[in-house]
Design a binder for this molecule. Sequence first.
Ligand code: ADP
Ligand code: MG
Length: 281
Amino acid sequence: MTDSAVSPDDAPAVELHDVGKTFTVRHGSVVALEGIDLSIARGEFVSLIGPSGCGKSTLLRIVADLIAPTSGDVRVNGKPARRARLDQDYGIAFQQAGLLDWRTVLANVELPLELHGVARAKRRARAEELLDLVGLTEFAKHRPPQLSGGMQQRVAIARALAESPALLLMDEPFGALDEMTRERMQNELVRIAGETGAAVVFVTHSIPEAVFLSQRVVVMSPRPGRITEIVRVPLDTRTDDTREAPQFYAAITQVREALRGRPVPETVEVGVAIEQAKGAL
Ligand code: ADP
Ligand code: MG
């Protein structure tokens, strides 16, 4: 393996070169991903969007070194994915919050630190700081079943942030939430990503969610999953007002057209875009 000249501190958060994944199944094989090239900068927020089965989760799992790619090269913070996993360079949150019901909220957030041998007082202080960050200080002593779905997801995010990862990997974390809670969580996530400076790779099948959160939306094709388009979202701020902004609707139109396999030019007519996007929501 050739080591790049870039020092890990300067390297992108994620770098994928010609990544492919073929699963062997009983009657043959499934090509889940093909020719994936993608570079995600430090602190950048990128969403992966595409139809069900296009390989979004597979791609995220490859970045996390939970599965190995069949071909291609994966680097996280300039290191091989496995090294990055061992160094705890990233945190993960999935659609199911995956909390331990018998442990308190605080003890759930402490768990990764506990597993890595961080001393009790230190991990408690860190967990308290994180619960404050996600607005759940009052619920530290509660157990997950006593919390709403949105609160449980906030606990999962706090846990994913426990080791101050430079990268957060999220697979449809808000998929099970109602629309209002989901928008609140999106606002929170934008704030948390900003405050921690972490890069985020966020899998979703919601176009408005991808556009609201991301600097870039990576659009994938149905199997075999390939990147068909990368839509840049030119929003300066991301607040509730953003959800009414013409640029927001314009970007939604671009992503939707790309998902349909009909790329639109970057200078989409804003008025037209608003009408089209409203029809799609
Ligand atoms: P997405 O998250 O975009 O819905 P996935 O990454 O879960 O898609 O799956 C991509 C494709 O790979 C699908 O066709 C799925 O059936 C297949 N796949 C995923 N994991 C496995 C596996 N462990 N074994 C066999 N096929 C798999
Ligand atoms: Mg998936």
